[in-house]
Design a protein around this ligand. Structure first.
Ligand SMILES: [Zn+2]
Ligand SMILES: [Zn+2]
Length: 111
């Protein structure tokens, strides 16, 4: 698939990257139909995030169609149309159960 990738401060390119895979049984893969660059992407573009590595894929707000779901995904099915906001949360951890979505323990396994 094609993706917008970061290669350094003020150097982003559209690259061919491997197709996504289900890594967690609660994952879903979305075929993106619309997206846009977010203001927070500018921090990456300008080089203010020291953990960025060349080839990292940008983008985190989009809409599209579900094309694959993991074996434990309960609230989505293939063909559903979805809007994905900036907070991607599991819905089941300590923080998600208290509506503290941005603190989700499972969104970033390397947090
Ligand atoms: Zn954003
Ligand atoms: Zn969570």
């Amino acid at each position: 698939m094609k993706a917008v990738c970061w290669h350094g401060a003020k150097d982003v390119r559209v690259d061919n990257v491997p197709d996504p895979k289900i890594l967690n049984p609660r994952d879903a893969i979305i075929r993106i139909t619309s997206t846009a660059i977010c203001g927070s992407d500018l921090h990456l573009y300008d080089g203010f995030i020291p953990t960025m590595k060349s080839g990292d894929i940008l983008g985190h707000e989009f809409m599209g169609e579900v094309v694959e779901v993991g074996s434990e995904t309960q609230n989505l099915k293939i063909g559903d149309r979805v809007v994905v906001p900036f907070t991607i949360s599991c819905g089941n951890c300590f923080f998600c159960q208290r509506d503290l979505w941005s603190l989700c323990d499972n969104t970033n396994p390397n947090g």
